[in-house]
Design a protein around this ligand. Structure first.
Ligand code: MG
Ligand code: ZN
Length: 377
């Protein structure tokens, strides 16, 4: 008892002496002769000039895991170290469809299933692509479906129903998309109203191509590439269309010093999910991953490009029951022919990528992009 009391007193004396000796001041006041600026950690990492947004339609963790195993345990996606999860619920349903899911990412608002960048009162909601145009950035869309389909439409059209393909095609004309590549020519020139919107596109300055021939690079923007009348065929028939289209779109868009926004959709991963077809899902996943590789190559060199890979929802309730990365074999089972409500992974690479970590609703992706681009809204 005595010893411990003695120790406490000794410690107190030591502390008091030390405290007095630490400063040279005699009256408690100190003026620092040299102030320094603290390091700025924000400048480089929060200001991407360009954003390339990939939407893998119907992609949950199982779809990614299946593709990873099928490709021997490696994907271009593995380069993207900042990973989060986005919740996908729409305004009226725990399980979203692709138009409400696409619109949530494109506009930052939850809307009802089936609607396209339009709320229940019929108000048109501006999209990240439209804000990008307003702010003098170039814009582009590359998809493995018709350009009028739900996901791409969510970025440029405002319709109460995703099935209004002809109205959606008309809506495209009121945007200033610098380059778009996809199918869906029939909604422009084989219409019930008899109009030929390719004439309107030409009047708007578009050069229209039917394939990714070299002429694209020598052409002034805007550029329209309709690869097919309807949807492009599945991966095994269309070759490297999407990776090539992604690379070309980046090359065309990168001519603008103000930067660009590009949306690329792996549209048919979802269709593989609806068909409960493991080969269809994996083939389309690997196709999108090759396109992601093109974007990452550009972003790594550019240093001012943020690449985001996300999804609108999971499709199929896919579960992996077996696999072998050495042989590239995957065995899966499915719980539904429709979509599920499970959250989906979001990957990011480049300036601002760290903002995409954590769990958030998919509408947050819009606000993160808007803030990173320093757009007013
Ligand atoms: Mg889609
Ligand atoms: Zn679907």
């Amino acid at each position: 008892m005595l010893i411990s009391k003695l120790l406490v007193s000794l410690l107190f004396v030591a502390f008091a002496l030390n405290h007095i000796n630490a400063g040279n001041d005699e009256n408690g006041t100190y003026t620092n002769p040299e102030q320094y600026e603290i390091v700025d950690l924000k400048e480089k990492s929060e200001k991407p000039r360009n954003i390339i947004l990939f939407i893998g339609d119907g992609v949950g963790v199982s779809q990614i895991n299946a593709a990873l195993t099928a490709n021997g345990g490696k994907l271009n996606l593995n380069h993207m170290k900042h990973i989060g999860f986005s919740e996908t619920q729409s305004a009226d349903n725990y399980v979203t469809d692709s138009s409400a899911g696409g619109s949530a990412i494109a506009t930052g608002q939850r809307i009802d299933n089936g609607a396209v960048a339009m709320d229940a009162e019929g108000n048109e909601i501006p999209t990240i692509l439209q804000y990008s145009n307003e702010n003098n950035k170039s814009t582009g869309i590359v998809v493995s479906c018709a350009i009028t389909h739900a996901t791409p439409a969510s970025f440029y059209a405002h319709q109460p129903s995703r099935n209004n393909y002809e109205e959606i095609a008309e809506d495209l004309l009121s945007n200033d998309i610098d380059i778009f590549i996809g199918g869906g020519l029939e909604h422009f020139n084989q219409r019930e109203d008899g109009r030929d919107l390719t004439v309107d596109l030409a009047n708007k300055g578009y050069t229209i191509f039917s394939s990714l021939d070299d002429g694209i690079m020598d052409t002034q923007k805007p550029i329209a590439v309709f690869t097919h009348e309807g949807h492009p065929p599945r991966f095994n028939e269309r070759g490297d269309l999407i990776p090539q289209a992604t690379a070309k779109a980046i090359e065309v868009l990168n001519k603008n010093e103000e930067g660009f926004f590009l949306m690329v959709e792996g549209a048919q991963i979802d269709w593989g999910g609806h068909a409960n077809s493991t080969s269809y899902i994996i083939g389309e996943m690997l196709d999108m991953d090759r396109a992601i590789g093109e974007a990452l190559k550009f972003a790594a060199e550019d240093g001012e490009t943020l690449v985001i890979v996300t999804s609108d929802h999971e499709t199929g309730g896919m579960a992996l029951h077996g696999g072998d990365a050495e042989t590239g074999t995957v065995t899966a089972e499915y719980t539904t022919g429709g979509h599920t409500g499970v959250m989906v992974p979001t990957f990011a690479y480049g300036p601002g990528a760290e903002l995409f970590m954590g769990i958030y609703h998919n509408t947050e992706i819009f606000f993160k992009m808007m803030n990173l681009f320093h757009f007013d809204y």
